[in-house]
Design a protein around this ligand. Structure first.
Ligand code: KG4
Ligand code: ZN
Length: 337
């Protein structure tokens, strides 16, 4: 049968990414131009700066993606693009490029939800078996999702305030770590111990929601109090204590969800899925409580924002006969799953 090739675009935040995916499983190219350096001096992503970078990068990334994959527009089955959630100005750059190319080359335009992309990054690693459970943890999201069938998402719970990655970035700043701080906090955490016993918010509540702003405040208050009385705290222990709290809440809620909804696979997705502590804690708890459930964690490059995951999700849209978008497609900054 004919090769099914999808050209995918992802510009929802601060990475400009273009990929070519074959049959929803194989990555022929996955170009990622990160803007982190431009945002670091502001301590976070500046939307206007992000949009400008996307404009400057997107055509070059597209050329690279096609060249590396060794395909031309005539080989493609469809063009896919993230249309939300994300920064509206950033999303619109990817959408404009995808629309123009779909129109010029008479290709269907597939609108993809960024969170579905994070979840279907797992499809690039392992064939998925429905229903499966997904924990999406990123700079903007903390969601526990039951995926009952292809593209059928049941949101079981989500954060009521900060996302997990956002909390990492905020406490990282207090520790003097550059944005995005998650990776460095993770490294420090492995050198320390959970001596502070920060709160585990909502851990005993009978729901699948999360809250991280109380933990963030407890952390910041503890550090400020110490500096006022001239006490020196070990950064490693602070990081380890923060990470233990985040991990314990995420893992405990996920275990409760798995007890209630029988599945064969658990996917962890999003930038925070790169967290070594979370991976270790999740796999240990899974081995103890649900040894028959398979844990799927995409490799680091597929955990952060990238277009390969958008191509993987787009193949699911093609397979399920989801309608293509027309040229009126707009960005939806607060799109739900
Ligand atoms: O998915 P992503 O690349 O972008 C969003 O859609 O938000 O996630 C970025 C987030 C940042 O908050 C970053 O600090 C966090 O993922 N992150 C980590 C680690 N690596 C990245 N958080 C904890 N541990 C890590 N190893
Ligand atoms: Zn993301």
């Amino acid at each position: 049968s004919r090769r099914e090739l999808i050209l995918a675009f992802e510009t929802s935040c601060d990475e400009t990414s273009v990929a070519v995916i074959e049959s929803g499983r194989q990555i022929l190219s996955n170009i990622i131009a990160t803007q982190i350096k431009s945002h670091q001096r502001f301590g976070g992503v500046v939307p206007e700066v992000a949009s400008r970078h996307h404009v400057e990068q997107i055509l070059h990334c597209t050329d690279l993606a096609l060249t590396e994959a060794q395909v031309g527009y005539e080989d493609l089955s469809a063009i896919a693009v993230t249309y939300g959630p994300g920064l509206v100005g950033s999303l619109l750059i990817g959408i404009s490029a995808a629309k123009a190319l779909a129109y010029a080359h008479h290709l269907p335009l597939l609108p993809i939800n960024h969170l579905a992309g994070h979840i279907y990054a797992a499809q690039l690693v392992k064939p998925l078996v429905y229903p499966f459970m997904a924990l999406v943890v990123s700079g903007g999201h903390t969601e526990l999702v039951l995926v009952s069938a292809p593209n059928q998402f049941e949101l079981l719970g989500e954060t009521r305030d900060d996302a997990a990655g956002e909390a990492y970035d905020k406490i990282g700043r207090v520790l003097g770590i550059n944005y995005p701080a998650g990776k460095e906090v993770d490294r420090l955490a492995h050198l320390g111990r959970d001596t502070f016993k920060f709160p585990r918010a909502m851990i005993d509540e009978d729901n699948f929601d999360f809250s991280f702003s109380g933990l963030k405040s407890a952390f910041i208050n503890r550090v400020h109090h110490a500096s006022q009385i001239g006490e020196t705290l070990a950064r490693e222990d602070l990081a380890a204590s923060f990470q233990a709290s985040v991990g314990e809440v995420l893992v405990t809620k996920t275990m409760h969800a798995l007890a209630q909804y029988p599945v064969e696979q658990l996917v962890i997705a999003g930038g925070v899925a790169a967290n070594q502590g979370l991976r270790e804690m999740m796999s240990a708890n899974l081995a103890t409580n649900f040894p028959e459930i398979e844990l799927i964690v995409p490799p680091l490059r597929l955990c952060g924002d990238n277009a390969a995951m958008i191509g993987a999700a787009a193949q699911v849209s093609l397979d399920t006969g989801a309608p293509a978008a027309d040229l009126t497609l707009n960005a939806d900054p607060s799109l739900d799953l």
